[in-house]
Design a protein. Sequence first.
Length: 127
Amino acid sequence: MTEWTYICKIDDIPVLGARRVERAHGLDVAVFRNSQDEVFALLDRCPHKGGPLSQGIVFGTSVACPLHNWTIGLCDGQASAPDEGCTPKFEIKREGAQIFLKSAELQSHATDLVRPIAGPARRTTSA
């Protein structure tokens, strides 16, 4: 297995936007590009209510979750105060215009996390 997996060229990621990378197991990874052409990768899940960060607004080195506007740091996945929480980050490598993610992380990092299911809570009754 190679250490790095080719994802895309930097121009395939919109400026101030993201591209989703599907994985065989676990949630997608969001690869972000800011206005300085810096590239970051986080699990595509807000730590608050599981919103898709790839659909958020990128500004500086942060992304605003599209559901409740939580600000998540692209460098570390940490929510900005007063909010608390963290989403897993992924190691990224850039060679010229090519973007790579660490292969081992794509296969195993945060594969146990799921997106919350919206809707009314289910209650079980005892017989």
